[in-house]
Write a protein that binds this ligand. Structure first.
Ligand code: SF4
Length: 332
């Protein structure tokens, strides 16, 4: 049984200019201890999908799903109190910018002790002991002093370590990390990713890594979902996505990342911009930017085509009789 199981997740925002269809039928399964990456450009729906699962969107968001289960419990049928209990106890979230996620008016200690008192009913002394242990786990030097400090007194990397400590505070079974290294410089990014990998090994927690960076996916994940225009356009193991990608958008993403040192290859940006999700195109959302688009591509959204037990892609190029375009051929 999957730890998290989502089918046909749809999220729409009612805005004064129209309904923004940010997520349009996403399916996702995450197994116990598994690390799954969700990759795509800004605005593709990757963060909104996960914020929808955690009910962390504003009131004007409309969320629906055929299935939304965590460890067998139907999340759509829970009372707000029960939902808060399950999500607070068992799902940890790490956000992109720790400065806006931490409360500037409270010390780090106050902010870390509180969830343990609320969700685990611990005494102040016991909660403090657990917080110190977690701060040591995320390699915060001199944790006793750090607990007395305010967020603005810490560096960006240190604040992100605090956010990770907060996410693992209640021993969650799933951590959702939303672009956890984007606001950090490259050296600190590498340290934070190493820390996440080592904590995941130690705790056996499942991780959903949301990122626009395929390098992060390669270093951390076993399975990847590629999202574009509010839908998943390709899904597979890391090996399948990096070595046998089948969707032209995935090809575009792979061509726009630097190769390992010593390989001189021009980076190729994907021309154009993502579709307007107030009036998404009726066909393939990538059609306006796809160099291989055909007439059929603008008629209806292609279904997911299975390629193996773990690999599938949403593209008409996979149909019988379609032009033979391959990743290797498209790179030439
Ligand atoms: Fe390109 Fe058509 Fe495939 Fe979309 S369905 S990615 S437009 S070839």
């Amino acid at each position: 049984m999957s730890l998290l199981e989502i089918e046909n997740l749809r999220t729409t925002f009612d805005t004064h200019v129209g309904k923004v269809q940010a997520v349009r039928g996403v399916n996702l399964r995450v197994g116990e201890g598994e690390t799954v990456g969700i990759v795509g450009e800004s605005g593709c729906g990757k963060s909104v999908s996960m914020l929808s699962v955690l009910h962390l969107l504003p009131d004007y968001a409309r969320i629906s799903a055929d299935t939304m289960r965590f460890d067998g419990t139907d999340l759509t049928k829970l009372s707000p109190r029960m939902f808060r209990k399950i999500s607070g106890d068992q799902i940890g979230m790490i956000f992109q910018d720790p400065m806006t996620s931490l409360n500037p008016l409270f010390t780090i200690g106050d902010q870390l002790v509180e969830p343990l008192r609320i969700h685990k009913g611990m005494s102040k002394a016991k909660a403090r002991e657990v917080v110190l242990e977690r701060l040591r786990m995320v390699e915060i030097p001199d944790p006793e002093s750090r607990m007395k400090q305010y967020p603005h007194e810490l560096s960006g990397g240190m604040r992100q370590r605090i956010m990770i400590a907060m996410a693992i505070m209640c021993n969650p079974r799933l951590i959702i990390a939303d672009e956890p290294t984007t606001a950090l410089d490259v050296t600190i990014q590498a340290q934070i990713l190493d820390l996440l990998v080592s904590l995941q090994k130690q705790l056996g927690t499942a991780v959903i890594m949301i990122t626009h960076d395929l390098g992060v996916i390669a270093g951390m994940c076993s399975r990847v979902l590629v999202m574009y225009g509010g839908v998943v356009v390709e899904e597979g193991t890391v090996r399948e996505i990096f070595y046998e990608p089948r969707h032209p958008y995935t090809w575009g993403l792979l061509r726009s990342i630097p190769q390992k040192s010593g390989v001189k290859k021009k980076l190729v940006p994907i021309p154009g911009s993502p579709p307007d999700l107030i009036a998404p195109p009726p066909g393939c959302p990538f059609a306006a930017r796809c160099p291989h688009a055909m007439n059929v591509c603008t008629s209806a959204l292609p279904e997911m085509r299975p390629l193996s037990d773990s690999h599938c892609a949403r593209c008409y190029l996979m149909d019988e009789g379609a032009p033979k375009v391959t990743w290797e051929g498209s790179r030439a």
